[in-house]
Design a protein around this ligand. Structure first.
Ligand code: HEM
Length: 228
């Protein structure tokens, strides 16, 4: 994905900016099972191979609730103006908190379940984001990129698979991008904004941002394990 929808003169792949650098670092942190072409990492000891996942509705509801804590934090942080660079990332169309709220309600009604409180890996990630967004905007931007872009790639694959296994194929709002132009256009626009923001950074700030990728994988990995 990411190649359709031309947006003016901005086309990912033509204008290779800082997003390409972030993507390169992120892709290598995937295992080969996750991303057969670009993955280079050894799987974490605690992680089950996806082929062995046995998702349950309880676990998945927990994953949705904890994910909402992360997206609530992301979306509040960019709106807070804690750094002047955040304003560009309000209303990208990639926001997930509203859709997740609907999914959680649907889940509870459909299966007669009660939503747990987010007090696990999502709450942990959210509190980490609130801190780092104030102390280090370039590092926050790394998490912003990885969270939203991972969800549109691997996250979508996972959503489809899990839904077939335990939700009778129901497509959740979490995995739908209904705004005009759709996901490709929103990603293209957001990549251009990320590239623009990073153009103002020193090389040292760029490197700090790239070095944060591992933390993003670690914290998102804990969230994903709620599903397995
Ligand atoms: C891209 C799978 C977890 C960050 C991708 C791609 C795949 C994939 C197949 C390539 C998509 C493409 O080029 O079209 C998975 C699977 C995961 C997983 C199966 C877990 C089971 C993660 C995690 C992160 C992450 C934990 C970071 C927190 C990214 C990023 C991209 C990506 C930034 C690039 C997206 C883009 O260029 O649009 N993932 N991934 N992924 N993934 Fe993951």
């Amino acid at each position: 994905h990411g190649h359709g929808a031309a947006m003016g003169d901005r086309r990912p792949g033509e204008k290779k900016g800082f997003v390409e650098e972030m993507r390169f670092v992120a892709m290598r942190m995937h295992t080969r099972e996750q991303a057969p072409k670009e993955g280079k990492a050894e799987p974490a000891k605690e992680a089950k191979p996806m082929a062995q996942w046995q998702p349950t509705r309880e676990g998945y509801l927990r994953f949705l609730v904890e994910s909402k804590a992360v997206y609530d934090a992301m979306e509040a942080i960019v709106a807070s103006g804690a750094s002047p660079m955040y304003g560009d990332f309000v209303d990208t169309g990639l926001e997930r908190a509203e859709g997740l709220a609907k999914d959680i309600e649907w889940f509870c009604q459909t299966y007669g379940m009660e939503a747990p409180v987010a007090d696990g890996p999502g709450a942990e990630y959210a509190s980490f984001l609130r801190d780092i967004s104030k102390t280090s905007p370039p590092e926050f931007i790394c998490h912003f990129y990885n969270v939203y872009f991972a969800h549109s790639a691997g996250g979508r694959m996972i959503g489809r698979k899990v839904s077939e296994m335990i939700l009778d194929g129901k497509e959740l709002q979490f995995y739908r991008w209904d705004k005009p132009g759709g996901l490709d256009a929103m990603m293209t626009r957001t990549k251009a904004k990320l590239n623009d923001a990073a153009e103002k950074w020193s090389r040292e700030e760029k490197d700090r941002c790239l070095e944060e990728t591992g933390k993003s994988f670690e914290l998102s990995g804990k969230l994903l394990r709620l599903i397995a």
